[in-house]
Write a protein that binds this ligand. Structure first.
Ligand SMILES: O=C(CO)[C@@H](O)[C@H](O)COP(=O)(O)O
Ligand SMILES: [Fe+2]
Length: 229
């Protein structure tokens, strides 16, 4: 049964970069819950996207028709982490997640994000173990499991991510904390239910949504698949 806590977070990586403000508004009108903002530095990953100035320019567009704000979910694929995390906090990010191997001081980076008023998250690549959660789970609001190797949209879902989602869900239950469990990479209407069944509650989708002309239809298909779960 679909939970009202499910969130669909379209990734702007696959949006039309020439019309980003329109794309944010259109995908919110089509039913997006969050906006996923992939920051790539051509160092931690071999690709380059957008910085904090683009985030602050888009912030006023991240609103529903009734005026409520839609959370901006910043996924930092950058090394080092801290300076850019602070700039994104100032640019209006709501969630800021980073890859623990890209920070020399993971706990300090997490605390610095919270001190700026944002919700901190940790991101795990397909071959990165969850061990750092032993020492950080009480400090974070989001765990992001990568189901592709980071750097590009449009890749195929890596099935072993499902086992990692299950393991992350067990850790969240054991912590007793309210932590969102997000999955990113290769999610489509035809596999989203499996990801939810493994324990995820938040679903990033880039090419599946922005690659189709009718964003509303894709998001509706995803919600139907979650309801059938
Ligand atoms: O972080 C990343 C890629 O590094 C993602 O957020 C992708 O943008 C997801 O794109 P699709 O796999 O859904 O096309
Ligand atoms: Fe992402």
């Amino acid at each position: 049964m679909s939970s009202p806590t499910h969130r669909i977070a379209p990734s702007l990586l696959s949006a039309d970069f020439a019309r980003l403000g329109d794309e944010v508004r259109n995908v919110i009108e089509a039913g997006a819950d969050w906006i996923h903002f992939d920051v790539m530095d051509n160092h931690y990953v071999p690709n380059l996207t957008f910085g904090p100035m683009v985030c602050s320019a888009l912030k006023p567009h991240a609103r529903r028709a009734d005026g409520t704000a839609v959370p901006i979910d910043v996924h930092l694929m950058v090394e080092p982490v801290d300076a850019l995390a602070q700039l994104f906090a100032d640019a209006g990010a709501d969630y800021i997640s980073f890859h623990p191997e890209a920070s020399g001081h993971v706990h300090r980076s997490v605390q610095a994000i919270r001190a700026r008023g944002c919700k901190p998250g940790l991101v795990f690549n397909p071959a990165t173990p969850l061990d750092v959660l032993d020492w950080t789970i009480d400090e974070i609001d989001l765990i992001l499991i990568m189901s592709v190797n980071p750097g590009f949209g449009g890749q195929s879902f890596i099935d072993s991510a499902l086992r990692k989602v299950e393991a992350a869900r067990r850790r969240i239950e054991a912590s007793g904390r309210d932590i969102r469990l997000e999955v990113d990479g290769g999610i489509k209407a035809d596999n989203i239910a499996r990801v939810a069944a493994a324990g995820a509650d938040t679903f990033v989708a880039g090419s599946a949504i922005f690659g189709k002309p009718d964003y509303r239809a894709v998001i509706a298909d995803m919600r139907r698949a979650l309801e059938a779960d």
